[in-house]
Design a protein around this ligand. Sequence first.
Ligand code: PA5
Length: 459
Amino acid sequence: MLEKIRFDFSFVFSPNISDGLTEDEINSYSEKITRIIDEIEADAPGFLEVPFDKRNIDSVKELAAKYRYFKDYDDFVVLGIGGSALGNIALRDSLNGLDWNRLSRDGRKGFPRIHVVDNVDPDFVSSILKNLDMKKTIFNVISKSGSTAEAMANYMVVRGIIESLGLDVRKHLIITTDPENGVLRKIASEENIDSLEIPPRVGGRFSVLTPVGLLSAIAGGLNIDALIDGAKNAYSLLKERNIWKNPAALNALVHYLYYTRGKNISVMMSYSNRLYSLADWYRQLWAESLGKKYDINGNEVNVGQTPVKALGATDQHSQIQLYNEGPNDKIVTFLVVRKFDNTVKIPKIHEDIDSLAYLGGKSLNELLSSEQRATAYSLAQNNRPNLNVEFSEICEESIGEFIFTYELQTAIMGKLLNINAFDQPGVEMGKKLTYSLMGRKGYSQFKEILEKSIKKYIV
Ligand code: PA5
């Protein structure tokens, strides 16, 4: 087994940065981390089983084969939100590439375009729907609960269009939801609509390597076995009780220790446009899992580290001034690609102009890499901790390994913070108020709360 990603923690530690962490500090947590990993393996949160659950992959492959790998369709559209969408976007952008939907059918080797409708902004939704030939489009409605207003509303909009055109919903809808519960499961069973199961014990933000993310991945021609192999690589490193050889544990501990030192913000800065959506996926994972009011003993703790995304080199000209000289409240993770698919050479022109001549004959690859190294070093000089996640290349295995490492890391961080990383009670109030504002039966009391309790300041 050869890992496709590796972590460079150099600028997290003293003496590379002053006031950095020390090896002794890490070693002093050795027993605790071992205990945490033992606990995680014993409790086995649902996501831990995902790479080893053959049914996950087999069900997706069987359905894809039934649909001839969607080659009869021009467009494959995911309708979902949060954990039922962000992983799909990250897989498409990183592995299909940012121009996938602009490629010709030949360029896509006959596979459909992949869209993810993860909002109810009417302009956004219309901008996608209006460009589809509905006869050649298949929609994958994804919702674990089957009750999320955004996903359900988009499902109803789409179904309305399909029916108004006299098309057979069974040829244009696939449902991905809980195996037993929820209205989507009922609809799928009663109407004999093809469906896939989200393992009941796997929460939304941990579900990208289940049918949630795998169906749109296979529809885009991706090798889902290799994605899972990457996840297995990550899992094999979790078995390593030596924290210095266990990236998920070490990175969780590094983030935890810096959090206790006031680094309330975790920036993920991708030096790859293709990996930028992974930072979006990470934002949900880190925020929703770790931002909690109560610890597991019921004490009010209000913990969590705010995840922020940034893009290098673009945001060097937007954010780095703040990161270097503003409040020292961040730990920065750079996503770095060692081997890009393309090499873009800069021609040797303007050799008589010093301010341009140094670029001639080099490549954009060298420039981007130099910029990342320079940014990391300058942050370190300013006593700002930062680390690299280095992808040997962008491929299914490296992405699968990254995803699973971060899922493991989040579970470990949850234990370090002594909170439940797998619930999201803070999202509930907003959901209930929305139901009430939209007139859902049984939720009218929330509308009264909203209307009565606010003193307005409208200017
Ligand atoms: O991580 C989570 O559980 C959430 O972010 C969900 O993914 C999100 O709310 C969508 O839920 P559902 O899949 O039930 O529609």
